[in-house]
Structures are given as structure tokens and as C-alpha cells.
Ligand binder design. Structure first.
Ligand code: EAX
Length: 331
């Protein structure tokens, strides 16, 4: 009887250990990014892995280089919890959560300082919360950066130069509508797109400088205009139910590690931008550093009245973002 009691006690201790945070010890978190090692998403994902593994028994396995499919497909896998986390460009989220269109609102942010203040302030937090409707836990914002236009047809200075150009856009409702408004002929496609540019299925694309460099788009695109038309965030997410099922201390740790990784990655992107630009010039791209952005702005000035921004929740989120920007500018 005594031995039996002892065994029971041991068994209970074992159960307690399992029920505590060590139940998750050594668990492997699958994290998806669409891009390849060395790219902006991966810099964030790898930093997160390094921080979390140093501070816990979790293992993070990063699936990259489109091995899980497009960003839209990775988001679907996160929703199904076959993948727990992702560092995903904001664009494709807008099919799942229309409010995300506000980050991609054209010409919203003037610079990185405004980006940081808005995304790390109440407006950004409100947007992360809105992701829960689609069962995503929003952890942090890292960045792709400001997006610029490249093409093969002609140098682009004013918006009229964009007319009729076949441009690849992200699988995003906002991006398709934006390029339609600007006069181009947009086709949504997942990433990557080198072959399509090479074969001439499309003439143009738009992405931050690191993408144009890292994916060697300068080999298949002649003209670059620094339009900075949209700020492209990454939203760093987890499956909401998986995340909520973790012990509170683990949730906090994962959130903290991702926030630190995101800050580290934003700085990495900004520190390298000038270097990417000189490399692209050296590689032979014809760069227009000062396109006539007033003509672009004028063409999209009505965008907030279109269907894509209709609906009280999207309008309220847009107002929160526009308001936050106005406050920073003291308007
Ligand atoms: O980082 O699909 C896109 O254009 C994205 O910017 C992609 O994540 C490359």
C-alpha cells in the first residue's frame, strides 16, 4: 500500500510537471515565410528563432523559399494550425481581414518615423487586434519597406507613364484596385515572379529595394522609379487558438521575442536601403529618384471612397490611422 502511494505521488509530480510550462518544453513551432534566406522576412524569422531558442526549450523550424506555397497559402495553413506562425507581407492579409487595407493606403506614411509611431501606437495595436476575427494572433510588425515601381516598357516619371503597363501585384484586393486606378493593367500573383518578368508575361512589378536586389530583378527589369507609393509591413502572426492555449508565460515570451525580432529587422532594412540602391544602379538599372509623385497622389485621392474601403469597420480603422498620422504632423 505504501509503495503504491509512493508511486501515485510520483505519478502526480510527473503530471504537475507536464501540466506546467514544461509541457511545452522542446515543442517545435513551424514558422512560414515565402521568401528565401537573406530576405527581410527571414531576417525577422531567424532573429525570432535565435531569441526564443536561447530563452526557452522551444524549437523553431522555419519553412522558407515558397516551400509552403504563396503567402496566401501560408496564411491558410496558419489558420488550420498545420503551421503555427508566419512573417507575412501585409498585402495578402486584406483578403482575410479588410481592415488591413489601411496599412497599404497609398502615400499614408511620409517616412519610417511616422511608420513606427503609428504601428507601435494605439492604431497599430487596434489593427493587430482586428486580426483575431480571422483567427490570427497579431504579434508585431516587421517590414518589407516602401514599395517602388520597376518596369521594362519605359521610364516612369508621371502617372501617365504607367498607362496600360502589365504589372504583377500581390494577391491583395487593395493593390489590384490601386494599380487599376493608376491606369496600369494589374494581375495578382503570388511570389516569386522572376520567370514571369523574364518571359514577358508581365512588364512590371513593385517592391522594396531589397527585393529588387535579392531576387535579381535588375536582370529582367530596366527602369526603377522611387515611387514609395505604399508602405509594406509584414504582420508577424500566430494561430490564435494555438497561441491562447499556451501557458501565459510562454505567450508573453513568444510575443516579446517577436517584438524584439521585428524591431531588429526594421533597423536592418533601413540600414541597408541606400546600399541596395547603389547596387541596383551599379547593376545597370535606370533609376528615377524623384518621380512626379503629385500626379500619382492626385490619381488616387478618391481611393477611400471606393468599395474596398467601404464598411464601417474599415472606415473606422482608416480614420484611426489617418488621425494618428495627422497627430504626428501636428495637424
Ligand atoms: O517580399 O509578394 C510580394 O511582392 C512581397 O513583397 C513578397 O513578400 C516579397
Amino acid at each position: 500500500m505504501k509503495i503504491w502511494a509512493k508511486r501515485l505521488a510520483l505519478f502526480c509530480v510527473g503530471l504537475m510537471l507536464l501540466g506546467g510550462s514544461s509541457a511545452w518544453a522542446g515543442a517545435t513551432i513551424k514558422l512560414g515565410v515565402v521568401t528565401k534566406p537573406g530576405s527581410a522576412q527571414n531576417v525577422c524569422a531567424e532573429k525570432f528563432k535565435e531569441l526564443l531558442e536561447a530563452r526557452s526549450d522551444y524549437q523553431v523550424k522555419i519553412y522558407h523559399s515558397a516551400s509552403l506555397g504563396t503567402e496566401t497559402q501560408i496564411l491558410q495553413q496558419i489558420q488550420m494550425n498545420t503551421v503555427q506562425m508566419g512573417v507575412i507581407t501585409a498585402g495578402p492579409f486584406d483578403v482575410f481581414i479588410p481592415e488591413v487595407r489601411v496599412i497599404n493606403y497609398p502615400f499614408l506614411f511620409a517616412d519610417a518615423r511616422e511608420v513606427d509611431q503609428v504601428l507601435d501606437g494605439p492604431a497599430g495595436q487596434k489593427l493587430l487586434k482586428a486580426l483575431e476575427k480571422a483567427r490570427f494572433k497579431g504579434l508585431a510588425f516587421s517590414e518589407n519597406g516602401f514599395r517602388h515601381l520597376t518596369n521594362n516598357v519605359r521610364p516612369v516619371h508621371t502617372v501617365d507613364d504607367v498607362k496600360g503597363i502589365k504589372i504583377r501585384v500581390m494577391e491583395s484586393v487593395l493593390h489590384k484596385e490601386l494599380w487599376r486606378l493608376l491606369g496600369a493593367n494589374p494581375t495578382p500573383m503570388g511570389w516569386p515572379i522572376y520567370t514571369e518578368l523574364q518571359q514577358g508575361t508581365i512588364d512590371a512589378q513593385e517592391n522594396p529595394l531589397w527585393v529588387i536586389w535579392t531576387y535579381k530583378l535588375y536582370e529582367v527589369q530596366k527602369y526603377l522609379s522611387l515611387t514609395g507609393h505604399v508602405y509594406s509591413a509584414h504582420i508577424d502572426v500566430a494561430n490564435l487558438d494555438w497561441f491562447n492555449g499556451l501557458p501565459a508565460a510562454d505567450q508573453e515570451l513568444i510575443q516579446r521575442c517577436m517584438q524584439e525580432a521585428a524591431l531588429y529587422q526594421r533597423q536592418w532594412n533601413r540600414d541597408n536601403e541606400a546600399d541596395f540602391l547603389s547596387k541596383l544602379k551599379a547593376a545597370g538599372m535606370q533609376v528615377n529618384e524623384h518621380p512626379d509623385l503629385a500626379t500619382f497622389r492626385a490619381r488616387v485621392s478618391d481611393i477611400r471612397n471606393l468599395d474596398i474601403y467601404a464598411g464601417s469597420e474599415v472606415q473606422a480603422m482608416l480614420e484611426a490611422f489617418l488621425d494618428a498620422v495627422r497627430q504626428i504632423r501636428g495637424q
